[in-house]
Write a protein that binds this ligand. Structure first.
Ligand code: PNS
Length: 167
């Protein structure tokens, strides 16, 4: 059985992530989408468990997709999961340097790990979780950018944060 791991911070999951998930799930027998911490990002709108739940709702129709969370190193997760294949999406040249460095560091830590890159669907090449968070703060529609359950959750989270700030 060929399993692949698709790690990311998914804060929140976007239609671009879902595009990669669908395509990777069509290639591998099982795809484990793993919500992790990106130490370089200060965000997060959602907790790890909330992000995992949003991914579970958004991938409910994909029977070979499983969602997990991990707070440590990706290489440790890959070693424990027994699958050496990691999927990453590439949107533009600007992603390349960061991804190249991460793949190289990860391979140094775990030489058996193989990072497989998939190009984002052209219609999602501009899309990022940070753009979604920014749009949500300005009450813009998120319909073209995130799955419906995610749009609802983002709106609720932003409203809750605003209510908290105005107290
Ligand atoms: O969606 P992102 O934020 O680009 O995903 C990056 C992520 C979470 C996959 C990366 O930061 C990661 O692997 N974090 C786990 C900790 C780790 O292994 N760091 C070493 C990376 S060189």
């Amino acid at each position: 059985m060929r399993t692949a791991v698709y790690p990311g911070s998914f804060d929140p999951p976007t239609l671009g992530h879902l595009n990669i998930i669908r395509r990777a799930a069509a290639i591998f027998d099982e795809l484990v989408v793993c919500v992790m911490r990106n130490g370089a990002k200060e965000c997060c709108l959602f907790t790890c468990e909330e992000r995992a739940e949003l991914l579970r709702e958004s991938t409910a129709g994909l029977s070979n997709v499983r969602v997990d969370t991990h707070t440590g190193l990706l290489t440790d997760y890959v070693r424990e999961s027994g699958s050496p294949v990691v999927i990453r999406g590439l949107r533009a040249v600007t992603d390349f340097e960061y991804e190249f460095q991460m793949a190289a560091v990860n391979r140094k830590l775990n030489p058996e790990m193989e990072t497989v890159f998939m190009f984002a669907g052209e219609e999602f090449a501009f899309l990022s979780s940070s753009a979604v968070r920014e749009l949500a703060r300005f009450k813009s529609s998120l319909r073209d950018f995130v799955p419906a359950p995610v749009e609802r959750a983002v709106r609720e989270k932003i409203s809750a944060l605003e209510a908290e700030q105005s107290r």
